[in-house]
Design a protein around this ligand. Structure first.
Ligand code: AKB
Length: 320
């Protein structure tokens, strides 16, 4: 399968690329960032700006992907500090991807949506079909992307599908999200023995371990269209408080100092998101089932973080 991925230099792409290459896909990447160390040599890496349609179109016209996975986006915390850029990247970027798919006959566009499409005051667990009233630029642009993709499916026959990701955790450094405190507890905990989370210990949002997140993308991508009752699905795995995550880290790193100092801006973003998601539709339509909870994730993740930082004595990969 020929697959073009936008924004694959970020947190998801780092784990996704080797899996796609490993299963025999022919993969190209379109990203503003340079090719990172460790990118599989089979992947064609093209640097370009998603807000310029011509740059993307040139690659799509040449590579002729059957699928386009659209990961490029500015996340929630970064989006609040540069809202106009977030609007441009997330809105124009998504339109350019869908338009490239229409112009060059790409069969499927996979969209990475987020819990940030939801706004405050929803009773958990929050289902797929509640009113979407986000209060961040990131959330607003992701709602628009969901709707635009459905428009392209209805009017131009593009097979548009995607998931609303919770906060994602892996052994790396994420780029500009508000859910990042969870990952930093593991990475900074190992690297420097201490981390001060920018939220209150009671903060609770949905989270998912990256191997589950990548598997969700692959399973939904391959699911028969006839089974899918909708384009965009909530998916869920765990919904620990920040304190519960700190406890899981401390159980594996007893000397670590994990403290909390709530930053009003980032706390407000977290408080606007749901505590937990209802992912019944994903489970019923395409058999979604998470494998990792907080404990099994922590057992699997901690040795990877140690290998990345402690034993190598190196710095973790920084994703744009
Ligand atoms: C963020 O924190 O902005 C992202 C997300 C929840 O979509 N990780």
């Amino acid at each position: 399968m020929k697959i073009l991925i936008t924004g694959a230099g970020g947190q998801i792409g780092t784990d996704l690329l080797p899996i796609l290459v490993g299963r025999g896909d022919d993969v190209a990447v379109f990203d503003l960032a340079p090719r990172p160390d460790g990118c599989p040599p089979e992947v064609e890496w093209v640097r370009g700006d998603i807000t310029y349609a011509e740059e993307l179109n040139t690659l799509v016209a040449r590579f002729r992907p059957e699928r386009l996975m659209h990961l490029a986006a500015i996340l929630s915390a970064a989006g609040e500090s540069i809202p106009h850029r977030a609007y441009r990247v997330n809105m124009d970027g998504t339109r350019n991807v869908l338009e490239a798919a229409r112009l060059f006959g790409v069969e499927q566009v996979f969209y990475t949506s987020t819990i940030a499409v939801f706004g405050p005051g929803l009773e958990a667990p929050v289902g797929d079909d509640v009113p979407l009233q986000p209060t961040t630029m990131y959330g607003i642009t992701k709602v628009a992307g969901e709707l635009l993709g459905e428009y392209y499916q209805t009017n131009f026959g593009i097979d548009f599908r995607g998931v609303r990701f919770p906060g994602l955790i892996n052994a790396g450094i994420p780029g500009g999200g508000t859910s990042d405190y969870a990952l930093f507890m593991y990475v900074e905990g190992v690297r420097s023995g201490a981390y001060e989370s920018f939220c209150s210990p009671e903060s609770r949002i949905p989270f998912m371990y990256m191997p589950d997140a990548v598997r969700a993308m692959l399973e939904l991508m391959e699911a028969p269209k006839a089974n899918l009752g909708r384009c965009i699905y909530n998916i869920a795995a765990m919904d620990p408080t920040a304190q519960a995550i700190a406890d899981a880290v401390k159980a594996r790193l007893p000397d670590v100092q994990l403290t909390f100092k709530s930053d009003p801006a980032r706390q407000a973003i977290l408080d606007s998101w749901p505590d937990a998601l209802d992912d019944t539709n994903a489970r019923n339509d395409w058999g979604w089932a998470h494998q990792y909870d907080l404990e099994t994730m922590s057992d699997d993740l901690m040795p990877q973080v140690r290998a990345l930082i402690g034993m190598d004595g190196g710095e973790p990969a920084v994703h744009a």
